[in-house]
Design a protein around this ligand. Sequence first.
Ligand SMILES: Cc1cn([C@H]2C[C@H](O)[C@@H](COP(=O)(O)OP(=O)(O)O[C@H]3O[C@@H](C)C(=O)[C@@H](O)[C@H]3O)O2)c(=O)[nH]c1=O
Length: 180
Amino acid sequence: MEIKELELKGVYLITPKVFEDERGHFFESFNQNVFKENKLDLNFVQDNQSLSQKGVLRGLHFQKPPFAQGKLIRVIKGRVLDVAVDIRKNSPTYGKSIALEISEYNKLMFYIPEGFAHGFLTLEDNTIFSYKCTNFFNKESEGSLLWNDVDLNIDWGNITPLLSEKDKEAPVFSTFKSPF
Ligand SMILES: Cc1cn([C@H]2C[C@H](O)[C@@H](COP(=O)(O)OP(=O)(O)O[C@H]3O[C@@H](C)C(=O)[C@@H](O)[C@H]3O)O2)c(=O)[nH]c1=O
């Protein structure tokens, strides 16, 4: 497993070591010791899974402190464009985002720390998305930003995604007061 910090501080790309044989393949999707060796001392308390058809966009979501969450993301089946937006007020990269394609094929994993809004677009039908969280779900702490906000300027491609009612009405970035 290789762990590499990306251009936004605190965001990591994890590339597993995949063992293939005639039965199929095997890889470690999380190893606390290896994460610790890379200064990622994390305590995951909740695992989530969602299934989406192609063209579903979930996001951009975060939970406010004290229920802020770090998320370790992977795709079990299918393919997504996964996006993390830095919403740490004092960060030199505030408002900047990283978009990564994560799939059952490349088996990449993405660690997004507290202080980020997160969303993803599914690129195949029946995409199964799975993530570990460092804090519990807390409905009252949910926050969101509009996926196609002009200032965030995320390149999702030319799409008309299927969104939840909540995500259609998410706040814009220009008037956003970050809780981080
Ligand atoms: C996120 C979550 C939702 N739920 C419930 C609430 C709701 O009735 C139902 C569906 O919730 P949502 O519509 O918010 O699901 P979804 O839009 O998939 O929300 C997720 O989106 C991605 C982008 C994230 O980053 C996650 O943290 C999470 O916010 O599941 C839980 O019980 N526990 C949870 O941890």
